[in-house]
Structure formats: structure tokens, C-alpha cells
Design a protein around this ligand. Structure first.
Ligand SMILES: Cc1ncc(COP(=O)(O)O)c(C=O)c1O
Length: 399
């Protein structure tokens, strides 16, 4: 049996395969250079164009560009009027931002468990966590697999909850024939560097409500009545004053960011097809190993294939998940952990008196999951290397 590099063997790769590296082409580079040459760096015509393109792609009423998904989530909460005294239900199995923004809004994030198989928020856990103070729920389409939105909307209707979808992983996702981004009051997307399409940093809120879209746009730029582009660009009607309508935030997207996004969005379907191909190759290669393969969507739904997460069957291997991560790194393969759940993180654990037993499914995944590189920029030999390294390590450490 071949020895892993961490045990003194030879690594699969000499050059490190970076986890989550974006696929950026000459089109993106030239568009950024064009913005620099035109000397229009911050919010301007390219942000407007990107938002229009995105709106068309999603099929939403309105798309409001911001500088991150975190900002998108925060502004959605503020626009929904959520603040001190309110509770917002959030899955524990998510990135910190999903819950942090609830704290930023002055409300209390109420963490709940996920389903063991889908890793998505469990509707029965939402129902159990409801109190008179519950105002909203933030389902996260984990790894790109749509949540059980019918069950979540049924609860939302019954208990008058605002649904704010965290679709950071889910740009291409479809739930029962409907695009994610068209289902709830607010949906928040991320264009962070590792996401399926990127602007470096960036985000978007989609909504069908014109008044809320306008409010989010204003709140995202200091609460001013007019954006910089309309204030400073050449126009003939003379000088325009702004008015401060709210104590807003500095969350606007830059043209330099949108310049990248305009071209990323044109490639979104090509990128997804590549991700689907890698996903299938991984599933075929890993099904005999001591792991649980990622869940698949129900009929009529589409997974956006953002994260390929394997869950180790710890009873069938001799070492911990972290040893497997270290071993993969030594083979030259970048990995990630999505996620160590929030009830295991010091701030949330202490604030709410939570223990690993509070949310057994999220704890189970936190201790066993690891993510493999899944980027459209990967070539056949990169994919082969990941498969070779995972097989080699799990064969070595199998019980
Ligand atoms: C589930 C989830 N929500 C929110 C975010 C925050 O996104 P951003 O980095 O664009 O603020 C992320 C980012 O990784 C995420 O994975």
C-alpha cells in the first residue's frame, strides 16, 4: 500500500492545488483595466449593468448590488424592520456571517439544527424554536442544495415570519422549477472570491418589492437620496443635492468589482457544467470509500454544486478528520471545512449556553466533513490528483 506524504511517502502533487481558486479570464482583466482607464472606479455604469444582467439571469423583480453577501443579509434585516427585541432563526450549520448580521441588527440569532443528510436547516427545528419574538428565518442553501422552501414558507405564512434566504452558495440553484432568488421576500447572494461567480468581494439582494429594493439601495450608501454616479457624472440639469434619509451604511459595490462580475455571469452556465462534471467524477471515484457522498436535490430542483463535501464514516477509519485534512495538504491538495457549526464557536456557545449535544446533526457534520477543490479552472490532471490523493489516504487509514 502506498504511504501518504504525511507518513514519509511521496506527495501526489509538487505544486499545491489551491482550494476555491476563481477562474478569471482576459475578459475580466480587460474590463477592469477599462474602468481604470476611464477613471470611474466606484459605483457607476458597470454596477448598473451587472445588476441588470443578474436580475435577468435570476428572473427577479429587482436586484440591488452591494459589496458582500454579509451586507446583503444585514440590509435585508434592517429593511424588514428587524431590531432589538426580535429573534431570527438561523441554522447552526452555516458561515459566521449568517448569524453575525442578526447581532449587527440588534436582534437575537436563534440557532437551530440541520438535517443530517441534506445539511440544510430542519423545518421541524424552526417550528420548535418559534417564540412570540420570532420575526424572521434565514435558510441557507447549504453547498448549493436548495432548502425545503415549501415547508419553510408554510411556517412563515402561519407565523408571519419574513424569509431572508442566504443564497451565498446558490447562484444557479433551482427549487421545484423556480430559481432561487424568486421565492422569498429577500434573497442574498455572494460573489466572494471562492464563490461560483465572483467579483472579488460582492453581493446582491433580490426582491420583488420595489419599495424594499429602493430602501436597500439607499441604506447601502449612507442613506443618501442619490448615488455617487448620479451626483457626479456628467449631466445637464445642473448640480444635484443629496438628502440623508436614514443613517445608512457603506455597502456599495464598485465598478471595479462589477467589471469582473459582468463577464463571470456570462460564463455561469459553462462554469456549472464543469462543476457538474467534476462532481460526477468524484462521486464515481469515492462511492466505495468510507465516506458519505453529498446529497442530491429532489426532482425539479437544481444543485448549484458550490461545495463538494465528503462526510467521513469515522467508524471505518483509524484517524480523525483533521488528520485526513493534514494528510491531503501534504499531498498538495487544498481542502476546506464547511463548517465548524456556530454552536461550537466560542461567541455563540457562550452567549446561548450551547454544547455539542445541543444540535447533534450539526455536530456530527462539523466533526466529519471536508470539502474538496471544485473549480471550473481545474483541468483533468488536477481532478485526477484529487481523486488519487483521497483514495490513497483513505485506503491507508481504513480500518
Ligand atoms: C453561507 C454563507 N453566508 C454568507 C456568506 C458571506 O458572504 P460574503 O463573503 O460575500 O459576505 C458566506 C461566505 O462565505 C457564506 O458561505
Amino acid at each position: 500500500m502506498e504511504k501518504p506524504a504525511i507518513e514519509g511517502g511521496n506527495p501526489v502533487r509538487k505544486d499545491f492545488l489551491v482550494f476555491g481558486q476563481p477562474d478569471v479570464g482576459e475578459e475580466e482583466i480587460n474590463e477592469v483595466v477599462d474602468s481604470l482607464r476611464k477613471r470611474w472606479l466606484s459605483t457607476g455604469p458597470k454596477v448598473k449593468l451587472f445588476a441588470e444582467q443578474f436580475n435577468k439571469f435570476i428572473g427577479s423583480g429587482f436586484s440591488v448590488p452591494v459589496n458582500s453577501c454579509t451586507a446583503a443579509l444585514h440590509l435585508s434585516l434592517i429593511a424588514a424592520g428587524i431590531g432589538p427585541g426580535d429573534e431570527v432563526i438561523v441554522p447552526s450549520m452555516t458561515f459566521a456571517a449568517t448569524a453575525n448580521v442578526v447581532v449587527h441588527a440588534g436582534a437575537a440569532p436563534i440557532l437551530v439544527d440541520c438535517q443530517k443528510d441534506t445539511m440544510n436547516i430542519a423545518p421541524d427545528a424552526i417550528e420548535k424554536a418559534l417564540t412570540k419574538k420570532t420575526k424572521a428565518v434565514i435558510p441557507v442553501h447549504f453547498a448549493g442544495l436548495p432548502c425545503d422552501m415549501d415547508a419553510i414558507h408554510a411556517l412563515a405564512r402561519k407565523h408571519a415570519l419574513v424569509v431572508i434566504e442566504d443564497a451565498a452558495h446558490a447562484v444557479e440553484a433551482v427549487y421545484r422549477g423556480k430559481k432561487i432568488g424568486t421565492l422569498s421576500k429577500f434573497t442574498c447572494f455572494s460573489f466572494y472570491a471562492t464563490k461560483n461567480i465572483t467579483t472579488g468581494e460582492g453581493g446582491m439582494v433580490t426582491t420583488d418589492d420595489a419599495a424594499l429594493a429602493e430602501k436597500i439601495g439607499i441604506l447601502g450608501l449612507h442613506g443618501l437620496s442619490k448615488g455617487a454616479w448620479s451626483r457626479y457624472s456628467a449631466h445637464t440639469e445642473g448640480f444635484r443635492h443629496y438628502e440623508v434619509l436614514y443613517p445608512g451604511y457603506k455597502y456599495n459595490m464598485m465598478d471595479l468589482q462589477a467589471a469582473i462580475g459582468i463577464h463571470q455571469l456570462k460564463k455561469v452556465n459553462v462554469f456549472l457544467a464543469k462543476r457538474e462534471k467534476i462532481w460526477k467524477r468524484y462521486n464515481d471515484a469515492f462511492s466505495p470509500l468510507p465516506v458519505f457522498l453529498p446529497p442530491e436535490p429532489g426532482s425539479g430542483s437544481r444543485h448549484s454544486r458550490h461545495l463538494y463535501i465528503l462526510v467521513l464514516d469515522l467508524g471505518r477509519i483509524k484517524v480523525s478528520r483533521d488528520r485526513i485534512l493534514d494528510a491531503l495538504v501534504k499531498e498538495g491538495i487544498g481542502t476546506g471545512v464547511h463548517y465548524k457549526a456556530l454552536h461550537l464557536q466560542p461567541y455563540y456557545q457562550k452567549r446561548f449556553g450551547l454544547t455539542p449535544e445541543s444540535f447533534p446533526n450539526a455536530t456530527f457534520i462539523s466533526e466529519r466533513a471536508f470539502s474538496l477543490p471544485l473549480g471550473p479552472g481545474m483541468d483533468e490532471s488536477d481532478i485526477d490528483d484529487v481523486i488519487t490523493a483521497v483514495k490513497k489516504i483513505l485506503a491507508y487509514y481504513a480500518r
